[in-house]
Structure formats: C-alpha cells, structure tokens
Design a protein around this ligand. Sequence first.
Ligand SMILES: Nc1ncnc2c1ncn2[C@@H]1O[C@H](COP(=O)(O)OP(=O)(O)O)[C@@H](O)[C@H]1O
Ligand SMILES: [Mg+2]
Length: 488
Amino acid sequence: MTAAGSTGTPGKRPGGVLNPASSSHHVGMTDTDTTAAPPFTLESPDGRSVVLRGERSGTPRVGDFLEVATDQVRWVVFVDDVTTNPNGTFAAAGSLTHFKHEAPGPAALSVTVRPAATDDIAPLLTNDDERLHVGVLARRPDIQVSIVPKRLNRHTFWCGQSGSGKTYALGVTLERILSGTGLPVVIFDPNSDFVSLNTSRDDADPDESGLLQGRDITILRPDDPDSPLRVRFTDFSARAKAAVLRLDPVIDRAEYNALLHLTPELDGIDADEIVKHLQDLGSPEAAALLQRIENLGLLDWTRTWAQSSVSATEVIAQRPAATVLDLGGYERHEEQLTVALGVLDDLWARRTERRPVLLVLDEAHNLCPPDPDTPLGVAVRDRLIQIAAEGRKFGLWLLISTQRPSKVHPGIVSQCDNLTLMRMNSRADLDVLAQTFGFVPEGLLRQAARFGMGEALLAGGFVALPSVVKVRARVTAEGGTDVPVPLL
Ligand SMILES: Nc1ncnc2c1ncn2[C@@H]1O[C@H](COP(=O)(O)OP(=O)(O)O)[C@@H](O)[C@H]1O
Ligand SMILES: [Mg+2]
C-alpha cells in the first residue's frame, strides 16, 4: 500500500465532519454503481490508511475519492491501490483524507460507499487563488486542481509521448506560475514553442490576459535585432571554451593545455577578435587553436556571439518574470548547446546569490541525453546533472520535459520530486517511471496508457494529492503548431 504521506493531518480540519446534505451530490465514479454492490467492509490497520473490500462489481479506481459510511460515521477515502481477487472480490487500499470522527479500527466494519461530495474533495485540491488552477480532475470536472507554488522549489519531471500535449500543458502551467507567483522562469525552447508567451489569444479572458500582460516576459531570439539571443565567448570558463572548441582534456591533451595557458590572454577577447589575437601570438599552440576555430566554422556563428550586444546571461541576471530562449531559431545544434552552456554556467557561477529561478527545458533530451556525442554536449549535460544534484538549495530548480524517461540522463530524472505524466503507451517506460517515482500510486501511472489529449497525472509536492487532471485552456498563443496534412 502506498503511504498516505501528503494527505493531510487527520483531525486537523475543523470542517472534517462530512455534511450529509452535500453528500447527495453524486458525480464521477461513473463505472461503479455502488448501491448495486453491497456489502462493503472497511478496516484500518493503523488509523490512517484503510482497506475497503467488496464485490468486484463495486471496484473503485485508483485516484477515486469515496465517501464511506456506517449508520453513525462518515469518512472520505482517497483510493491509492486496487486489487481484484479471483474469488470475485476486490480490496482497495486508501487513505483517510480528513475526518473528525475516529478512524475505523482493525476490525472490519460494514459500510456503504459512494462518490465523495464535491464540497468534501474541493478543499483538498483547490486553492482559493484561481490564478493557480491548472485544470479539473479528469473524472470529476467539478473539482479544480491547483498547483502548490511553494513546492516548485523541487525539480519536476514532465513526461509523455510525442503529441500527448506536453508543450501545451507546460504552457498552461507556466502561465499559472507567471500569473499567480513571483517565481522567475527561464525557458529553454528548442522548437520555438514559447516565443508567443507574451501574446494573448484572441479568445482569452481579458482579466487573465491582463495579468500576464503585466508581467515582464522577455523573448530572446537569434534574429530579433531588439532582443537578440546571444552569449559572450569571453564569459565562458576555460572548460566551457574547450567544450565549444571540441577539445577533450585527455584525447586533445596538448591543445587543451595550450588553451588553459592562453585563457588569461584571451580574457576580454570575443569571438570576432580572437583570430587576429591568435595570429599575433604566433606560437604553435595558438596556430593549432586557430586552425581548430576555422575548421569548426565558429566564426560563422554570427547569431551566437554577443560581441557588442547584451548577452542572455545579463538579461537573466535581471530576473524578468520569464525569459524565453528561442534555441529553435538556430540551425546548428552546437549553437543551441553553446547558448545553453553559457546560460547554465553563468547561473551556476552565481548560485551563491540564491536568487530563485525555475529552469524549464522542453524536449530536454536535446540538452541532457544520457550519452551526448560531443564535448559540448557533455559539458551541458554535466552542468545539468550538477544543478539537479546540488542546485535546489541555491534556488536553481529544474523542470525537465521529454518523451521517454530513458532519453534524459538518469542522474537528473532521479532527482525529481514532482512528476507530470501525460499519455504514455509504453509499458517499459511506465515500469521505469514506477521505479523512479515510488511515491506515485502505480495504478495511477498505469492509467497514463489511456489518457486523452491534455490529460495529465500530477504527483509530488506541487499538488496536494496525486491527481489526474484535464488541463485548462491556454491564455497565450502557441508558437510552432503542428504542420497540417495537405488535403485534396
Ligand atoms: N489541452 C489541449 N487542448 C487543446 N489542444 C491541445 C491540448 N494539448 C495539446 N493540444 C494540441 O495538440 C497538439 C500537440 O500538443 P503538444 O503540446 O505540442 O504535444 P507534445 O509537446 O507532447 O508533443 C498541438 O497542436 C496542441 O495545440
Ligand atoms: Mg512538445
């Protein structure tokens, strides 16, 4: 049975006595005709968790909220595990969400069961602040689900197969964070999906779009003359410079070492001047580095190097409410990696400032796959592993989105305490997630194979209880939409 860790303190809520009048409100549990399947029994080994048993026709689903009652007493139970037995019965493990009456004891009580009333569930999942509502419970659309913003101080893993609605739902969540919290976000956007995060849809609620318009949402794009996406080569550490130059410290010992020794000389010299400087130096090491720079075509990356313009690191240091880095605007993956490395290294170098920021990586396998094939890829991945392992206490929090858990380095996935799971057919991938995210009821993870568009399981501290949510509509426009199939 799954521990009922996040289900609140028994007896803490004064409104915990269930109001019989409200319990006539039957919603959800559509495939469970509870009145047709008595008898049910309830027992509690420890006074917090419960086991409900009954005929198979009355089997609840993991994630259901049930009102369980005797003649005198009522409880609300959140179901987190269900087993059906060969003899035609089921056993459902769950936790008491809130109650004033005494918990049931270890002896089996005869009980009636029905879907819990809205008034009993909503206080568990819904924050009064509407700006934090990300959607409704998929099976109880009358119940709003809120994110718990103070628990965004953890890393979050966001997973679902391609087309499951990850980017859309991520957009919804970012809009809620921007509307309802002061947490700055930096979005690494490899598909240019968030470049319209500062533009409301025509059909958006004016109040909601007004809230977002009032926030400082900065979009940096390679081709935008006013807000160009750039990094400064001179700001890079020797290690990062070596990565850009594809120098391996062991395989390319001599050149790598030359770069280390030349680094003080190269200080303050940006990419455009470096050729001249290396020529002037005239040493064999400088000549080798020069050849390398020319061979790699680094000087053609005119949309990468800041030179006289403001660099992304300087923008982010000001902590706009959101900074979108349009990595999708570059033709070369190396340029995406270079910009990401510049930004991540700078945030890490300033970590002791302890200024919170949520780093959102959509399609994160671009930046932190298990086995990158270039030194640049390795440098970006390793910095992300370090932020995953040590960044939390400095206010560097990750939100990592990808299609399959195995596409991101396990050292990052294993550090995530929040999970959003969208449609996921692969049983093998669900197995991996079940192992990694042991705190999520496995029955809920398994439901992801049948999720519809926009349905997501949210679990971990950033929601009050693990919940399957139908995400709400977006306020801002999506950037790159799917290419439509030409029709005759
Ligand atoms: N909740 C939703 N409501 C309406 N349209 C959606 C929703 N979620 C996704 N879509 C649409 O479905 C398509 C795929 O969604 P997307 O978020 O890009 O998926 P993913 O990032 O998982 O590949 C997009 O065209 C998007 O507009
Ligand atoms: Mg996407």
